[in-house]
Design a protein around this ligand. Structure first.
Ligand code: SF4
Length: 380
């Protein structure tokens, strides 16, 4: 039986609807391009929906933050529905805190610029390449690792010639078997652009896998159209890594988007950044991970927030991430436990940091601790 997917617009906030579509035509709510072209609420519009401090208003008016402000009408509707005090607001609104640069913070925390042989092509690991196909996103996250470029024209905008040069580089490097499309958000590209890029990559004999990292199904689920799904499902394997932050992001529209992708056989994973005051509590993280499993999205990474300049107010002690993993492992389904990861500053790569369940070992005897803290001896 053919599945019917509803586009649930019943929860659209009237004030967001008025701003977005004064005539209120329902089909406009499903139009992802229209959402993109209406995604810059100014300080006055936002201030009419939620209380904003004078300093935040000033930062919005003067574009004084580390990144531009952009929120899709869809995501704005979700946030307004959650209320002014909801922690997700912190992830999209500029804050005076981001103007304070603390020691050990960097504009390029992962040293990507040093591993960029061509514009937009990052080659850090031997068999993987990262292709930054755009600098734009539907909604900007204030903790973005690439805030030095994202949403800004900093002379690094990737054009068609750069993409062609990157493809030639990948063709010439037979050790690259895995290409990650990121940005910015690669689903900002039109379907035909994605189709052309995927076709070119899969025409390279040594490219075995293409992955897309995107937050679009969360901040603009209308982007996941049947046409887009048809393009993506035409290339196998094409994995998608989503970026959920909080369980309250899972709405009927987001469920529809994830179901469309999963039903088409597209493998879905998720990475979440641990953020102080947003999702750094065990119950919040557990709820998110279990909801993701129900959506057929496999929790993949839990990231310690990178040391990006101006993000100290988001970073948690490493201990908190370890405690969250300890609170998940053994206490719920193993699939719901992501790998906690620190991206080593300067380009050292991802380092898994897990709670230590080994109390010690001597010869062939290993003293191990289970999820309840009980101690056992394993003989090799
Ligand atoms: S969606 Fe990704 S690339 Fe875009 S601002 Fe958020 S974290 Fe950065």
């Amino acid at each position: 039986m053919k599945k019917v997917y509803a586009v649930d617009s019943s929860d659209i906030r009237p004030d967001v609807r008025r701003m977005y579509s004064p005539r209120g035509a329902p089909h406009e709510w499903a139009d992802w391009r229209r959402h993109l072209s209406h995604r810059f609420p100014d300080a006055e519009q936002l201030g009419a929906m939620i209380p904003l401090s004078g300093e935040v208003r000033r930062m919005i008016k003067e574009d004084a933050g580390t990144m531009p402000l952009a929120i899709t009408p869809y995501y704005l509707s979700v946030l307004c529905g959650l209320g002014a005090g909801h922690p997700l607001w912190k992830t999209v609104l500029p804050s005076p805190d981001e103007l304070h640069i603390t020691p050990y913070e960097y504009t390029d925390p992962l040293g990507e610029d040093r591993h960029e042989p061509l514009p937009g092509l990052i080659h850090t690991y031997p068999d993987k390449a990262l292709l930054l196909v755009t600098q734009s996103c539907a909604t900007y996250c204030r903790y973005c690792t690439r805030s030095r470029r994202t949403g800004r024209d900093v002379g690094r905008t990737v054009g068609p010639n750069d993409i062609q040069a990157a493809l030639a580089y990948i063709r010439g490097h037979t050790e690259i078997r895995d290409v990650l499309l990121s940005g910015g958000d690669p689903l900002m590209l039109e379907d035909r652009e994605l189709d052309g890029l995927l076709a070119a990559l899969y025409a390279i004999p040594h490219v075995e896998l293409v992955r897309l990292g995107t937050r679009m199904p969360i901040v603009l689920p209308q982007r996941v159209t049947p046409e887009l799904v048809s393009v993506l499902s035409g290339y196998r394997p094409c994995w998608i890594t989503l970026h959920f932050t909080h369980p309250d992001e899972i709405t009927p529209e987001v469920e529809t988007a994830c179901n469309r992708l999963a039903d088409a056989g597209i493998p879905l994973g998720n990475q979440t950044v641990l953020l102080a005051g947003v999702n750094n509590e065990l119950e919040t993280m557990k709820t998110l991970m279990l909801k993701l499993l129900r959506l057929r999205v496999r929790p993949y990474y839990l990231h310690q927030c990178d040391a990006v300049a101006g993000t100290a107010h988001f970073r948690t002690p490493v201990r908190e991430g370890l405690e969250i993993i300890r609170g998940l492992h053994g206490h719920t389904t193993g699939y719901a436990v992501p790998t906690f990861m620190i991206d080593a500053p300067g380009g050292g790569g991802k380092v898994p940091v897990m709670p230590n369940y080994i109390r010690g070992h001597e010869g062939k005897q290993w003293i191990i601790e289970n999820y309840q803290g009980k101690v056992y001896t394993y003989h090799e």
